[in-house]
Structure formats: C-alpha cells, structure tokens
Design a protein around this ligand. Structure first.
Ligand SMILES: Nc1ncnc2c1ncn2[C@@H]1O[C@H](COP(=O)(O)OP(=O)(O)OP(=O)(O)O)[C@@H](O)[C@H]1O
Ligand SMILES: [Mg+2]
Length: 332
C-alpha cells in the first residue's frame, strides 16, 4: 500500500499541483520540541490581501478546520465526513488531510466513496484528500522532520487550491496532531456525552460538579493558542461539540451540559449541541456516502424521519461553526 492516498477530482488536482510549486513554505522552529510552533507567516498568510507575485490579484488562503480530541472514539472522523460532504454540496472546494496514518479511517471513507462512484457510475463532489503516514525513520528528530515536511507540503497545496481544509487528528497525542492543532483557525472537538470523555477537558468536583480545573487536552489547546498568537497574531476559534446524544438518561445529559458550559466560560471555547446517537451517522461508511448525499441524482435512497433529523443536526453544527468562507466560488 502506498504511503499516501490521494483521491481528488482532476480539476482540483491540477490546481493543487500548480499551487504546490509556489506554496511549499517551511515552518520555522526546532524539530524535536514537544509542542511544534505554529506555522510561520508564509504558510499562514492573511486570509486575503495582495499577492506579491500577482500584483493586484487577491491572495486568499483556505480556512483550516481541525477535528481534534485526545480521547479516542469521540466522533472526529464521523464529524469530518459529514462536514466534508456538507461543505462540498454547498459548492466549496474542500481539502482534507488524515493525520491518523495508522487507522486511516477518513482515508478509507474517501476511498470507499470513489469506489462507490465508479461502481454506480455516479459523480459526487470529492475532497482533495491525502493521508500523512507516520514516519519510520530511526530517530525522533528525523521522524519529526520527515512528518513536518510532508505535512507542510500537503497543507500548502491545499491552502491555495481550496476554500477550506479539514484536518482529522488521531485520538492520541502525536507530533502530527500537535502540528495540526498549531495551525487551526477553527478547532472542533467532538466529545461523547460522558464524564469519561469530559475528563480530558476538565476536572470536576464529584459533589457539586463545579469545575476544579482544566485537564490535559485543554492545556494542550491553550498552549497551541498561545503559540499561534505569538507566531502570527492569529486566534483559534475552539468549539466543543457533544456527540452521540441520547434521548435517555436526562440527568447525565443535564450534568454534562452544565460542566461543559461552565468550562467553556472558564477557558474560552464555544459549544455546539452536535449529533444524536443515530445509526445513519455510521451505516453508510462502506459506500463513502453520508446522509447529505442522499438527495443527489443516482444515489436513490429514501429519506426517513431520522434522516431528516440528522440532516438538521449537521446543518445546525455548520451554522454554529460559522466558518468565514464567503460565497462558494463555484456551484456544483
Ligand atoms: N452520532 C453518532 N451516532 C452513532 N454512532 C456514532 C456517532 N458518532 C460516532 N459514532 C460511531 O462512534 C465510533 C467512533 O467514531 P469515530 O471513529 O468518528 O471517532 P474518532 O474520534 O474519529 O475515533 P479515533 O480517536 O479512534 O480516531 C464509530 O463507530 C462511529 O461510527
Ligand atoms: Mg478518527
């Protein structure tokens, strides 16, 4: 199997290739420090402004949306799949990077989508996708330098060729995950509606559910925000989203809501209600489809009430995210 899977439509690939020659900026900073520095000014150029090479032509880089949480299985890849298809159907040029080179779930999803389209002679919009495989070089320094170089190269291509780039992080603290967090414009953290998941964000008093302090993942995001501010003055809009919401267990739900809201005020993130526990969010993975594809010509699936409710949840999430993308450049 190759180190890198790229599934893309030909038009975008052409754009991405031409962009790569001018956009492979190198991020500054020591290779082996634990938290990598945020990307430098050449990489994270202003979202709009003069392009020195093109005179009056505006240079607009893509918005970077990172799906991150050190807790495994919280819904990062599922949310990424739905946001990617949602944004594609809105007409945006979407880049995606799978930073979980071991599981490669997002990559598998995109591959499945391509296979399904080929087998059914249906054309659906596709992201400009790649996976950054883990380095197998000998030393930590060499591995980090290798991963950083491939990450920067692929990101730079997509920053110029796309409107938005989604980075799907692994559910563990890896160098690639920290690189991804360091360049987020928007960070979306899905968490299962459980105190086990919340424990990575904050510690709570078991008696009255008051917040005792931030936990390991919140501290990592805090660090990424600081570094980003120092590096290019940029900010990270952090949104925590509760996932797999149950219709049962109302007491647990209220308590989680309370602690998430309390922590959000304390450390500064926004909250989103997220997705309910629904089979539709996982059952179409083998075909690479999501419920947002169901109305497309050739897909031919029936919409149930549960599908309609799930679509509304995805749309609500997109509204809360409020990504500053402007009008899509082309309509699909
Ligand atoms: N809203 C939902 N309803 C039903 N199932 C869901 C929902 N969200 C996620 N799942 C399921 O939960 C499991 C974990 O989801 P997913 O793989 O997206 O999490 P992850 O955060 O990407 O995991 P990892 O940290 O391992 O990368 C999967 O089986 C997925 O299908
Ligand atoms: Mg995942």
């Amino acid at each position: 199997m190759s180190d890198e899977t790229k599934v893309d439509n030909p038009g975008k690939e052409k754009q991405a290739k031409s962009a790569s020659t001018s956009g492979s900026a190198v991020l500054p900073g020591a290779q082996s420090e634990k938290t990598p520095p945020a990307p430098g000014p050449a990489q994270l150029a202003p979202r709009s402004g003069p392009d020195p090479k093109l005179g009056a032509m505006p240079l607009k880089r893509a918005h970077i949306l990172v799906l991150g949480n050190e807790k495994g299985g919280s819904g990062k890849t599922t949310t990424a799949m739905h946001l990617i298809t949602g944004l594609l159907h809105q007409g945006y040029r979407v880049g995606s990077m799978d930073l979980d080179g071991r599981q490669r779930s997002l990559t598998r999803y995109v591959e499945n989508r391509q296979v399904w389209m080929d087998q059914n002679s249906v054309t659906l919009p596709m992201p400009a996708h790649t996976v950054i495989a883990r380095s197998e070089l000998d030393t930590v320094t060499e591995r980090e330098a290798d991963e950083r170089a491939r990450f920067e190269f692929e990101l730079a291509k997509r920053l110029q060729a796309c409107d938005v780039v989604l980075l799907d992080c692994p559910g563990t603290d890896t160098f690639l995950s920290r690189l991804g967090h360091a360049c987020a414009d928007t960070l979306l953290t899905p968490m299962n509606d459980s105190f086990v998941d919340f424990d990575l964000l904050g510690r709570v008093d078991p008696e009255n559910y008051d917040i005792l302090g931030p936990s390991v993942y919140s501290e990592m995001v805090w660090d990424a925000r600081k570094r980003r501010a120092i590096s290019d003055g940029g900010t990270i809009d952090w949104i925590v989203m509760r996932n797999r919401l149950s219709t049962l267990d109302a007491k647990n739900k209220r308590r989680i809501e309370y602690v998430v809201e309390s922590l959000s005020q304390r450390i500064g993130f926004r909250t989103a209600k997220g997705f309910g526990e629904r089979v539709i969010f996982r059952e179409m993975f083998p075909s690479g489809l999501t419920l947002l594809d169901l109305k497309e010509k050739g897909v031919g699936a029936q919409m149930s009430m549960s599908h309609v409710a799930a679509r509304a949840e995805v749309r609500q999430l997109m509204e809360v995210l409020a990504l500053p993308l402007g009008e899509p450049a082309h309509v699909i």
